[in-house]
Design a protein around this ligand. Structure first.
Ligand code: HEC
Length: 121
């Protein structure tokens, strides 16, 4: 192999790596038993104090705030919300709820979203 073809091969590999890392960042995580169980751990750490262990919005910190934390067991309300809408609320925050844009990675926000959907099933 010549030096220039070696260089070309390196560029191609680098380009592929960059492309792969970019698409995987922008990708929505699918709800699988693995992503949901990771979401559960995230929920217990970051959301449970307000939204409650069973998703009813009755966590110890949630009791004192107004408006009340969203009740994830409300099937009708949850079914009316798209994933994209809920994802945006988790990312940007809403009312007394803080934004999770910096605290959680994008894929972690999807995982926790898949987990909260299990409350209304
Ligand atoms: C400080 C308490 C608090 C924490 C922590 C918190 N939330 Fe909330 N959340 C709220 C409150 C209050 C609302 C209702 C806001 C409103 O109606 O204006 C809400 C609303 C929501 C909504 C519904 C938004 C909509 O469409 O109206 C979602 C989804 C949500 N929270 C997800 C989460 C997730 C996931 C976490 C953890 C990563 C989390 N929340 C952590 C208090 C909290």
């Amino acid at each position: 192999m010549t030096r220039s073809s070696l260089q070309a091969a390196c560029f191609v590999m680098l380009g592929t790596c960059l492309l792969l890392s970019k698409t995987s960042l922008a990708q929505k995580v699918e709800p699988t038993s693995e992503s949901i169980s990771k979401g559960e751990a995230i929920y217990n750490k970051h959301c449970q104090m307000c939204h409650g262990a069973t998703g009813m919005g009755d966590g110890p910190a949630g009791k004192r705030i107004n408006p009340k934390p969203y009740n994830f067991r409300d099937k009708e309300k949850m079914a009316a919300e798209t994933d994209e809408h809920l994802f945006k609320e988790i990312t940007k925050g809403k009312g007394p709820m803080p934004p999770f844009e910096r605290k959680l990675k994008e894929n972690e926000r999807w995982m926790v979203l898949h987990y909260i959907r299990t409350f209304a099933k």
